[in-house]
Ligand binder design. Structure first.
Ligand SMILES: [Fe+2]
Length: 248
């Protein structure tokens, strides 16, 4: 009742996961399990997604990720994905009610996948970083450190693969450390755009955005320098927590 999108929040997220929202988030988990529901930006009153604030100041990741990049990235690019997600959900509701041409369902479903994944990916990205020396950087500890050593041979070997994957994403996309819960294995995957080339059912542990909007102001074409600098702001405590959630 009063649901302008024709679906409640849980249904919306379920649909997002099923259609590839954060396909990295995968059908096994859905976004809600890796991001506290209160941080997902769902406005239960308006029945639409909103853009949550960054979990730290815009300049908190300096000098590795600059303030201007963070402002544009969060306030413009991420905000655009939220708008696109809401637009797609509204259009699909319109298809259900007969107010939107049903022959456009393929278009709007693709829009849902792209923008919904863009929204969730960025939430995961922001939460996956912390100011250098204040929760960011260093090496993983605990269960995640053990799993990385088991599945990649060493932290150094993991880092080399992760950075190489990030550096070699063709066009715009991401690199992710993910956990495949059925076999309890970690793997590194590339993702083109916000949702292509993922592996079904895996849960995100750590991701780096390698769209040019994530680094071009400071690093220009030197993506590898940005990827290397990213290691100084990785929030390994958060990553370890996501592994625990994935294994639960
Ligand atoms: Fe981005």
């Amino acid at each position: 009742m009063g649901d302008t999108l024709g679906m409640d929040r849980r249904t919306a997220v379920g649909a997002m996961a099923g259609l590839g929202v954060a396909a990295v988030a995968g059908t096994a988990m859905g976004a809600g399990d890796s991001i506290p529901r209160s941080e997902l930006g769902w406005d239960a009153q308006k029945k639409e997604y909103t853009l949550p604030p960054l979990p730290y100041a815009y300049d908190a990741l300096e000098p590795h990720i600059d303030e201007q990049t963070m402002r544009l990235h969060h306030d413009k690019h991420h905000a655009g994905y939220v708008r696109g997600l809401n637009r797609a959900l509204a259009a699909l509701a319109g298809i259900r009610s007969g107010e939107v041409d049903a022959s456009l369902i393929k278009h709007w479903s693709r829009e849902l996948s792209f923008h919904g994944s863009g929204h969730v990916n960025h939430l995961l990205f922001w939460a996956g970083m912390a100011p250098a020396g204040e929760g960011g950087g260093g090496e993983p500890t605990g269960a995640l450190a053990e799993a990385i050593a088991r599945d990649f041979g060493s932290f150094q070997a993991f880092t080399a693969q992760f950075q190489a994957a990030a550096g070699a994403v063709e066009g715009s996309g991401w690199a992710w450390l993910v956990h495949e819960p059925l076999a309890d294995r970690l793997m590194v995957i590339q993702m083109e755009k916000h949702q292509d080339l993922t592996v079904s059912g895996v849960n995100p542990i750590l991701g780096i955005d390698v769209w040019e909007h994530a680094y071009y102001l400071r690093y220009q074409n030197r993506r590898k320098a940005y990827v290397k600098a990213f290691s100084n702001v990785i929030n390994w405590t958060r990553a370890d927590d996501l592994l625990a959630r994935s294994r639960a």
